[in-house]
Write a new protein. Structure first.
Length: 173
């Protein structure tokens, strides 16, 4: 009886080992196939998403260019000599452009979006700071002071555009 059990064990042991090896290879193969399918789906999704991301970067570049103080002053003409009304008009234009492009944040990185928001806020802050000066009494003088502020230094928009360019280059690396 004991001899039969040992003999049965010798017959079953190779089958069990073969079954375990087959299970291991089948499991590994399944995981590899799942990874490959996931990679192919990701690659296919990238084909659709990349144009959307590039379009978002283009729109954000356009936004940042529009709020560049020199461009803003050219595009937003004062409706009167009242400097406070012109200040509000400039800020309203910036906020309006921002709200128009707010949906693009889902396609750019958080860091890029934060830099774009910082550029917007810094531009508004500079306009408000300049408008608070007692020396500036008219909208024409406000325009001139804003332009003079950025003659020798980079605007917040320039920093944002540099960062956007860097991110777009990383998309192709």
């Amino acid at each position: 009886m004991e001899n039969q059990i040992v003999q049965l064990l010798f017959y079953c042991l190779p089958a069990v080992i073969t079954g375990l090896i087959a299970f291991y290879f089948f499991n590994t193969h399944t995981k590899n196939e799942e990874g490959r399918r996931r990679y192919l789906l990701h690659k296919e999704a990238q084909k659709d998403i990349l144009p959307l991301r590039l379009q978002a970067y283009e729109r954000m570049t356009l936004f940042v260019e529009r709020i560049r103080p020199a461009n803003l002053i050219i595009n937003v003409v004062p409706q009167s000599d009242d400097k406070d009304a012109y200040e509000n008009l400039l800020i309203q234009q910036i906020e309006s452009e921002f709200v128009h492009n707010i949906s693009q944040q889902i396609y750019v990185t958080d860091e890029c979006w934060n830099i774009i928001r910082a550029a917007k806020n810094a531009t508004i802050q500079v306009i408000r700071k300049i408008a608070m000066s007692d020396k500036i009494e008219t909208s024409g003088k406000l325009r001139e002071a804003i332009l003079n502020e950025f003659l020798d230094k980079n605007s917040p928009s320039a920093t944002a555009i540099s960062y956007i360019r860097k991110e777009v280059q990383e998309l192709y690396s």
